[in-house]
Ligand binder design. Structure first.
Ligand SMILES: Cc1cc2nc3c(=O)[nH]c(=O)nc-3n(C[C@H](O)[C@H](O)[C@H](O)COP(=O)(O)OP(=O)(O)OC[C@H]3O[C@@H](n4cnc5c(N)ncnc54)[C@H](O)[C@@H]3O)c2cc1C
Length: 682
C-alpha cells in the first residue's frame, strides 16, 4: 500500500465542514488523511448570530464543536499563515506562536471572508461587527448596558441617545439584527421605570433604494412596511460616510445619533488568500467550473472566499451558507473522483430560496418559487434553521430556548464578557466633545492625530474660553483621574481626531508601577494646574484684546516634502533659521523641520538624498487666525514652542504665516513699559 494521501482543508465553516464530512464518507481511512485547520475549535452558525444579540437564544448552540462533528478528521485549531502552491506546503502558526509547515496532496481553501470596518472612518473604533460568537455576545451586552444607562440617566437628551441604535447595511444580517435589537429593547422595557417606548430609536441605514437586494421587490416592500410598523426607522439611499462616538454621519452634513452602531457591511479577503498569488476577482479566488483554483490541479477553493460559477444558471454563486455547503460537498466528490482517476464535474446547484427574519415574529421567504411573508414565513424560517443545525444536541438547545421565549420574557441578565479594561482607540469629528465639564473621569487619552482644545466656561458670562490647544503626542484627562474628581474643563476636537483611550484601572496600574511615567505626569499636572493667567494678570490684560494678526509674520522660506536632506540643511544653515515650514505646492502645511529634526536624522544615519517628508515632524500643532492671543500664548507655553504656524482654517491647513514667542514677549514688555511710564508721568 502506498503512502496515505494528505488532504488539507483551511477553514471550519459551512464549506470546509461539509467538505470534510463528505470526504470522510467517500474515502477510506487507510487511503487518505483529512486534516482540517480552523482558527477556533468550533463552527460558527452565523445565520443565528442575530438571535444571540436579541437574547432569543443563548450563545452556546451557535458554536458547534468541530471535533464532535467530524469523527475521523484530524482537527487542528491553528491559523494558516501562508500557502506555497509551488511546493505543496501550508505554513501555520501553532501553539505559543510557533511556526510550522505541512505538506499536502490536495488543498481545499475554505477560509470565508473577514470583516473590514476600515472602509468608513471611525467604524473600527465605534461600531460592532457581527461575524463571530464573541461579536454577538459583546453586542448583546452593550445593548443591555445602554438600557441600564438610560434607566439611571437624568438628562432626557442623553437618555434618548443611550436608547438610539443604528444598524448599517440592509442585507440579511442587517435586517435580522435590527429586528432582533428592536424586539429585545421594546419587549423588555416593561422591566424598567424610565424607558418610554417613544424614546427608543432603532435606525436601519441602507445605501440602496430597497432593503434585502437578494429577494423579490414585493418582499422587499413587505420587509420595509413591517419593520416600520414595528417602530424601526428605515433610511434608504444613504451611505454612511463617518462614525463617531455620538453616531453616524453622511457627507451632506446630516447625522443620526446612536450609542450603539452595528456594522454589517464591509467584507474583505482573508489575509491568507490575499497573500496567495492566484487569479482573484473582488478579492475572491477565481475557480474553474469544478472548483479548482485556476491554474492549479490540486488546489480547490469553496465558500465565501471563492468565485464559483453555478452551471445550473451560469451565474456566480452568492456568498451564502446554502451555497458554501453545496460547494463543500461537491468539491469533496470531485477530489474523490480525481483520486480514483475519474473526470470531475462542474459545480451545479438549484438554489432552494431565501429566508430572512425581520423581527416581530415576521419573516420573508422565497422558497422553491413561492413567496411567503409574515408569521408563517417566520415559523418556516425557525423550522429550517432548527433542522439545519449540525447536531441533535444543538437543535435541542435552540428548540428549548425558543420554546422558553413563548412562555417567558427574554433573559435580561447578562454577565460581563470582558472584565479586564483594555486600551482602545476612538475617533471624533471636528466639534465633538471628548468629554464635558462635570463628566465623571473614567479615561486617560493620548492624541494620535488631530488637535483638541481644552475649554472652560467663564464665571462672568458662562461663555466657553479656550485654555489650551493640544496636538499629536499630547495627552489629557490625567488631572481628574489622579484627583478622583469630575472633569473641571471640557475637551473638544478641533479637527478629525484619533485618540488612544486608556481605562482608569489600566491608567492607575501603569502610573502606579512605572516611575518615569509617574514623574512625567507629575510634571504635566504641575504645569497645567491652576490658571496660568491668574499668575500673570498683567500679561493677560495686555494680550486679551489684541488681534492675533499683530504677531503673524508671513512665511518667506519654506521646504517641499520632496526636497532632499541636502537642500534642507543648506536652507536652514544659509538663512540661519531654527525652523522651517514644510508645505506642498498648494501652500498646505505638511510638517515642520527644526534643527533637532536634522540632528535626529543624522543620528539615525541619514542619506543625502533622503526626502524631507521622511524626517520632518508631521502634523505639528497649528493655530488659526481666529484663535485669540491668549490661547496661542498658552499653547506655546504648554508645548514649550518658540513659534507656531498659523493656518487659514483647520480643514484646508493653508499657511498664513507664523507667530514667534519672542515677538509676543517683546510686545508685552513694550506695553508694560508704556503703562509704567504713563503711571509715573501722571
Ligand atoms: C450575521 C450573519 C448572518 C448570516 N445569515 C445567513 C443566512 O441566513 N443564510 C445564509 O445562507 N447565509 C447567511 N450568512 C452567510 C453565511 O454564514 C456564509 O456565507 C457562510 O458562513 C460561508 O461559509 P464559509 O465556510 O465559506 O466561511 P465561514 O463560515 O466564514 O468559515 C470560515 C472559517 O475559516 C476559518 N479561517 C479563516 N482563515 C483561516 C486561516 N488562515 N487558518 C485557519 N482557519 C481560518 C475561520 O475562523 C472560519 O471558521 C450570514 C452571515 C452572517 C455574518
Amino acid at each position: 500500500m502506498g503512502e496515505r494521501k494528505k488532504i488539507k482543508i483551511i477553514g471550519g465553516g459551512f464549506a470546509g465542514v461539509k467538505c470534510a464530512l463528505t470526504l470522510r464518507k467517500k474515502l477510506c481511512r487507510d487511503e487518505v488523511d483529512i486534516i482540517l485547520y480552523n482558527s477556533e475549535n468550533y463552527l460558527v452558525f452565523q445565520p443565528l448570530l442575530a438571535e444571540v444579540v436579541g437574547a432569543s437564544i443563548s450563545p452556546d448552540p451557535v458554536a458547534v464543536p468541530l471535533r464532535q462533528m467530524l469523527p475521523g478528521v484530524y482537527c487542528r485549531t491553528e491559523d494558516i499563515t501562508r500557502i506555497d502552491v509551488n511546493s505543496n506546503y501550508v505554513e501555520y502558526l501553532g501553539d505559543e506562536g510557533r511556526k510550522g509547515q505541512m505538506y499536502y496532496d490536495h488543498l481545499v481553501i475554505a477560509c470565508g471572508s473577514v470583516v473590514n470596518l476600515g472602509l468608513i472612518p471611525g467604524m473600527t473604533d465605534h461600531a460592532f461587527p457581527l461575524k463571530t460568537v464573541g461579536d454577538a455576545v459583546a453586542l448583546r451586552y452593550h445593548v443591555m448596558q445602554q438600557m441600564e444607562n438610560a434607566e439611571i440617566c437624568e438628562d432626557v437628551e442623553r437618555r434618548r441617545w443611550y436608547l438610539s441604535f443604528v444598524i448599517v447595511g440592509g442585507g440579511f444580517s442587517g435586517v435580522e439584527v435590527a429586528g432582533e435589537i428592536n424586539d429585545l429593547v421594546r419587549d423588555t422595557r416593561k422591566f424598567f421605570r424610565n424607558i418610554p417606548n417613544e424614546d427608543i430609536k432603532v435606525t436601519l441605514v441602507h445605501s440602496r433604494d430597497q432593503l434585502l437586494p437578494e429577494v423579490s421587490s414585493k418582499l422587499r416592500d413587505f420587509t420595509k412596511v413591517k419593520m416600520e410598523e414595528a417602530g424601526i426607522n428605515v433610511v434608504l439611499n444613504r451611505r454612511v460616510s463617518y462614525v463617531t462616538h455620538e453616531g453616524v454621519g453622511f457627507n451632506d452634513g446630516e447625522s443620526i445619533d446612536g450609542a450603539t452602531i452595528v456594522c454589517t457591511v464591509g467584507n474583505a479577503t482573508s489575509p491568507v488568500v490575499q497573500k496567495l498569488e492566484a487569479p482573484k476577482e473582488r478579492g475572491r479566488l477565481v475557480t474553474e467550473p469544478d472548483m479548482r483554483v485556476s491554474g492549479h490541479q490540486n488546489v480547490w477553493a469553496i465558500g465565501d472566499c471563492a468565485l464559483i460559477n453555478n452551471s445550473y444558471d451560469n451565474t456566480p454563486s452568492p456568498p451564502t451558507g446554502q451555497f458554501a455547503e453545496r460547494q463543500g460537498r461537491q468539491a469533496a466528490q470531485n477530489i474523490a473522483r480525481v483520486l480514483k482517476g475519474k473526470e470531475t464535474k462542474p459545480f451545479r446547484f438549484r438554489p432552494l430560496g431565501q429566508l430572512c427574519a425581520i423581527g416581530g415574529h415576521n419573516a420573508v421567504a422565497e422558497f422553491l418559487g413561492f413567496h411567503i411573508s409574515g408569521f408563517f414565513a417566520w415559523f418556516l424560517w425557525r423550522s429550517v434553521y432548527l433542522f439545519k443545525l449540525p447536531s441533535f444536541s444543538h437543535q435541542l438547545k435552540v428548540g428549548f430556548d425558543w420554546a422558553w421565549e413563548i412562555f417567558y420574557s427574554r433573559d435580561l441578565a447578562h454577565p460581563k464578557a470582558d472584565l479586564t479594561e483594555r486600551i482602545g482607540k476612538s475617533h471624533f469629528q471636528p466639534g465633538d466633545y471628548v468629554f464635558n465639564e462635570g463628566d465623571p473621569s473614567n479615561n486617560f487619552y493620548i492624541i494620535e492625530s488631530g488637535e483638541v482644545e481644552v475649554v472652560r466656561k467663564t464665571e462672568e458670562d458662562g461663555k466657553e474660553k479656550v485654555l489650551a490647544i493640544l496636538g499629536p503626542g499630547d495627552f489629557f484627562g490625567e488631572m481628574a483621574l489622579l484627583d478622583n474628581r469630575v472633569r473641571s474643563s471640557a475637551v473638544r476636537a478641533r479637527t478629525e481626531l484619533e485618540v488612544t483611550v486608556m481605562g482608569k484601572k489600566v491608567f492607575e496600574q501603569i502610573s502606579g508601577t512605572l516611575r518615569p511615567f509617574r514623574d512625567f505626569l507629575a510634571d504635566a499636572v504641575k504645569r497645567r494646574s491652576g490658571n496660568m493667567w491668574q499668575k500673570l494678570p498683567v500679561v493677560y490684560e495686555i494680550l486679551k484684546n489684541q488681534p492675533l494678526s499683530t504677531f503673524i509674520k508671513s512665511v518667506e522660506i519654506s521646504l517641499d516634502p520632496e526636497d532632499t536632506f541636502e537642500t534642507a540643511v543648506k536652507t536652514l544653515s544659509e538663512k540661519e533659521l531654527d525652523f522651517c515650514c514644510v508645505m506642498d505646492g498648494g501652500n498646505k502645511i505638511k510638517g515642520i523641520l527644526t534643527r533637532t529634526d536634522i540632528f535626529r536624522a543624522v543620528e539615525s544615519g541619514v542619506a543625502p538624498h533622503m526626502k524631507v517628508s521622511e524626517f520632518m515632524t508631521e502634523s505639528p500643532i497649528v493655530v488659526t487666525e481666529n484663535d485669540t492671543c491668549t490661547t496661542v500664548a498658552a499653547t506655546m507655553r504648554d508645548h514649550d514652542l518658540k513659534w507656531v504656524p498659523v493656518v487659514d482654517n483647520l480643514t484646508n491647513l493653508y499657511v498664513k504665516g507664523y507667530v514667534r514667542r519672542d515677538k509676543m514677549i517683546n510686545f508685552v514688555l513694550e506695553k508694560f513699559h508704556e503703562q509704567h511710564n504713563k503711571a509715573e508721568v501722571s
